[in-house]
Design a protein around this ligand. Structure first.
Ligand code: ADP
Length: 494
């Protein structure tokens, strides 16, 4: 029966609620270790009956002992949370997190002076959950490893037959073929090359995931590497009628130490994306030295295109594996969405960061940095004398490096590009090559898009006609568009 003022009684009720309403075990004990009071949770978990004597030194054996009839608690355990084992009546034990405070008889419970209080909560389930988590993590790791090995083996096995088919197609191309046969064989060759690209990406991806990718540190000729990069991409760039500008600032030495193969892979990937997603204008590759340290330097690369661009909301998807900006893009341009995720990992491994800036419909700039080592101090001096490396592919002027100028209706770059595409468009209509004509009509439509009401509408109508393959109407609409463009040009010049 509780005694005291009504405030005291209220207080006791609140304490009783906390004391009995918890799953934790709470023990009040006297100076000889005898439990004066404990909650029902303690009785239940330890297997004692209410009223049965419990000794703290029996249930918490590792932290308490009896000395001269008094209980002694290890000093470092007082007022601290610690993990230990608590013993049941039947001598079995389980892990708990406990905390002991000493009260030195100031409090009275059941008429007796209390020496200390202990609160202990079982961590059996928590430990089990932790063990299960570790187990699950190991399982996942093992499954990943197996998957990566499987993917690596399969892709490796796939490469051999695809290479075989490609070899046979190339042998066939050296024989006498009809036009149609040659087209088919070229298509086979093209498909094989695409497949090899995909296989290589998957192989790289699984190697990166398995942490088996290493970056080499070897001396190489940086300018020759840039030259080779331009040459590799030249055929596609020329085929699409694009321009390429490549500038390497003069303070970058000719020879550096780094991973030439991986750097080429990153640049090739960004450059081929730039070409893939650009139909008009130019691509600019700039390389500058962004940091000069005693033995190392940071190189900063920019790949700028005037292509379709990327919406702000889609940018964070870009560097994730298997993600492409949207399904319609995948359908039109193909790809697995692995390229940029591999590029990001490679750039990180070469000590740098990658970024993208883009505006939908206007173009994108992918930039990244890497660290390379200097060859040696003597050579460093000579090579600062090197003259500017600059490479121009196609008809291009200095101002062309401003990629957005091409879409500014009436600007010299814009007029030149319109003329260029109109010439190709009429040739394709005359030859009834409707697929290519459609691409050029689309380019013209984009180039005149600032004049949405007149020129863009005319270009749009022409593109629709081209898609239907209607020769006469296409020629007539072409002439109308040409006249309207000439009018626009006149007003621009006056
Ligand atoms: P994939 O390996 O299929 O080429 P990437 O990881 O290289 O995939 O590119 C993922 C997506 O990012 C592309 O499908 C495209 O939507 C977008 N993207 C990449 N580069 C450009 C670019 N220069 N201009 C516009 N979109 C781009």
């Amino acid at each position: 029966m509780l005694q005291g003022t009504s405030d005291d009684i209220q207080k006791w009720k609140r304490y009783e609620f906390l004391f009995e309403g918890t799953k934790d075990m709470i023990f009040y004990f006297s100076s000889d270790g005898k439990v004066i009071e404990c909650n029902s949770s303690a009785y239940e978990q330890l297997g004692f009956e209410p009223g049965e004597t419990i000794w703290m030194q029996h249930i918490l054996r590792t932290c308490s002992k009896i000395d001269d009839g008094y209980i002694v608690i290890q000093n470092e355990k007082i007022d601290q949370y610690f993990e230990t084992s608590i013993y049941r009546k039947n001598q079995t034990c389980f892990p708990v997190q406990a905390r002991i405070s000493l009260l030195y008889g100031e409090e009275k419970v059941n008429g007796e002076g209390v020496f200390g209080v202990c609160r202990a909560c079982s961590i059996l389930q928590q430990n089990q959950a932790e063990r299960e988590l570790v187990f699950a993590k190991e399982g996942i790791k093992e499954a990943h490893k197996e998957r990566n090995e499987f993917v690596a083996n399969v892709t490796h096995e796939l490469r051999t037959p695809v290479n075989g088919i490609m070899g046979l197609a190339q042998t066939l191309m050296d024989t006498q073929l009809t036009g149609e046969q040659r087209e088919t064989v070229e298509l086979i060759d093209h498909c094989c090359k695409n497949m090899i690209k995909i296989i290589n990406n998957i192989l790289d991806f699984s190697k990166l995931q398995a942490g088996k990718f290493t970056i080499e540190s070897r001396e190489f000729n940086f300018l020759e590497m840039m030259n080779a990069l331009v040459k590799t991409n030249q055929p596609v760039i020329e085929e699409k009628g694009l321009h390429l500008v490549c500038n390497v600032s003069s303070d970058i030495p000719e020879r550096v130490i780094g991973d030439e193969l991986r750097l080429t892979q990153v640049l090739n990937n960004l450059l081929s994306n730039a070409v893939k997603f650009t139909s008009i204008g130019q691509i600019v590759v700039n390389v500058i030295k962004s940091m000069d340290l005693p033995d190392e330097m940071e190189l900063f690369f920019m790949v700028i295109d005037s292509g379709i661009g990327i919406a702000e909301s889609e940018k964070d998807k870009l560097f994730k594996s298997f993600s492409q900006v949207d399904a319609s893009i995948t359908r039109k341009y193909g790809g697995t969405g692995l390229g940029l995720s591999i590029v990001k990992d490679l750039v990180h491994m070469m000590g740098g960061e990658i970024n993208v800036e883009s505006e939908e419909g206007k173009g994108s700039t992918f930039s990244f940095s890497i660290r390379v080592k200097k060859v040696d101090s003597l050579q460093k001096e000579d090579e600062t004398e090197r003259k500017e490396f600059s490479f121009h592919l196609g008809n291009i002027t200095e101002e062309d490096s401003d990629t957005s100028a091409v879409f500014r209706l009436g600007s010299p770059e814009n007029l030149k590009e319109i003329q260029n595409n109109m010439e190709k468009l009429v040739l394709c209509i005359e030859m009834e090559n409707w697929e290519r004509a459609n691409a050029f009509a689309d380019n013209v439509k984009q180039l005149v898009s600032e004049d949405a009401m007149n020129l863009k509408r005319k270009a749009f109508r022409l593109q629709m006609t081209v898609r239907k393959g209607d020769y006469d109407t296409a020629m007539q609409q072409y002439e109308e568009l040409k006249e309207a463009i000439a009018e626009m040009e006149k007003t621009c010049n006056s």
